[in-house]
Write a protein that binds this ligand. Structure first.
Ligand SMILES: *Cc1c(COP(=O)(O)O)cnc(C)c1O
Length: 370
């Protein structure tokens, strides 16, 4: 079976984890502190806070700037649902925005239009753009819209480690940038995440929330907030640290793989994603023509020992959101996000995927859909 994605786990990674396991320091420790410093250096931001998942990062980011009941947050209609679930979890209201058919990202114009059209009782407080599949969202334009309307920006860069917009790292444009190290992402710690942040006070607040609300003081410790346990373990951090120095090279390999797909698929009737500068290619998703039943295509590729999958979800098509916000969901019916959700096909992409395997995947896809 050609897998959809494979983590890169070599001798360096095994040695790093073993070293920490033998040390006996398993929960948050020195490896976490070093991983935070090295990530901040890689991203070019002041601070990073490592956490237990990308979802935990997004949740803490919203809490840190006090988003809650009575607030609304602008989110893409096409994303992994965690982006929108965290808005619900803090008691705020999501405002869905359709995405661009070539980048799969929200656009500044789409965001501005949604804010102008918003008449709900909730006050729009923040924009959460997603760098979908590692494609850089237009952060120049989105930052300008945020400034114009006085909103905070929290970037969901879960797929966007190494993504750049105009040379600057995704996740470092907004007040906070949230990353995931789930095994589907290009750099993995098993489960894990991080928040990139320049505001040191907010970073301290997030670290407190991450660790049960504990504040250490002269008397020992006190609990100053009802916090979570959203810590990353020390051996997970060691795994991430073993991968980070090699990551830039992996990004180049991923770029080459998507270029091979692009060449091979030129005569296959699928829509290809835009080849945007700075794309990290966490996922390569094509869009099947309307006459194809995507799930049948997935099943037939599986029969040829090729694992493929849905790219991301369309939020307005999901049961929870349809029943909670029927009007908003109906108003989005038939949009780009819905087409990407029903016709999108994520193809295998990982560092060690071979050219011959890409040829095979392309030939099988061609055979199945033409
Ligand atoms: C993977 C992903 C998440 C969730 O990250 P986890 O680490 O799995 O919690 C959130 N948003 C997007 C866009 C993602 O791709």
């Amino acid at each position: 079976m050609i897998r959809l994605s494979m983590p890169v786990l070599g001798d360096d990674e095994f040695a790093a984890v073993e070293r920490v396991l033998r040390s006996g320091q398993l929960v948050h420790g020195g490896e976490c502190d070093l991983f935070e410093q090295e990530l901040a250096e890689y991203l070019g931001c002041r601070e990073c806070v490592v956490v237990s998942s990308g979802t935990a990062a997004l949740h803490l980011a919203l809490l840190a700037i006090g988003i809650g009941p009575g607030d609304a947050v602008v989110v893409p209609d096409f994303t992994f649902p965690a982006t929108v679930n965290v808005v619900e979890l803090v008691g705020a209201r999501p405002i869905l925005v359709d995405v661009d058919p070539g980048t799969y990202n929200v656009t500044p114009a789409g965001i501005a239009e949604a804010i102008d059209a918003w008449s709900g009782p909730e006050k729009v407080r923040a924009i959460m753009p997603v760098h979908e599949f590692g494609c850089p969202a237009d952060m120049t334009g989105i930052t300008a819209v945020a400034r114009q309307y006085g909103l905070s920006v929290i970037e969901d860069a879960a797929c966007g480690l190494g993504t750049r917009h105009n040379g600057k790292m995704a996740g470092t444009f907004g007040a906070m940038g949230c990353f995931s190290f789930h095994p589907r992402k290009a750099l993995t710690t098993g489960e894990g995440g991080a928040i990139a942040i320049d505001d040191l006070e907010l970073a301290t607040k997030i670290r407190t929330f991450r660790n049960h609300g504990i504040e250490r003081n002269a008397a020992g410790m006190d609990f100053i907030a009802a916090g979570f346990n959203y810590r990353l373990t020390n051996f997970q951090a060691a795994l991430g640290r073993a991968q980070l120095p090699k990551f830039a090279g992996w990004l180049q390999q991923r770029w080459q793989l998507q270029a091979m797909y692009r060449q091979g698929l030129a005569d296959v009737p699928v829509a290809l994603p835009d080849e945007v500068a700075g794309h990290a290619w966490q996922t390569f998703m094509v869009v099947l023509p309307a006459y194809c039943d995507r799930n049948t295509v997935i099943a037939r590729l599986r029969a040829a020992f090729i694992e493929t999958n849905v790219g991301a979800q369309c939020i307005h098509c999901l049961k929870y959101y349809r029943s909670k916000y029927p009007e908003m969901c109906q108003s989005q019916a038939g949009n780009v996000a819905e087409r990407l959700y029903t016709q999108g096909l994520a193809l295998p992409l990982y560092k060690d995927l071979e050219a011959a395997q890409i040829d095979f995947i392309v030939s099988q896809l061609r055979r199945i859909i033409t």
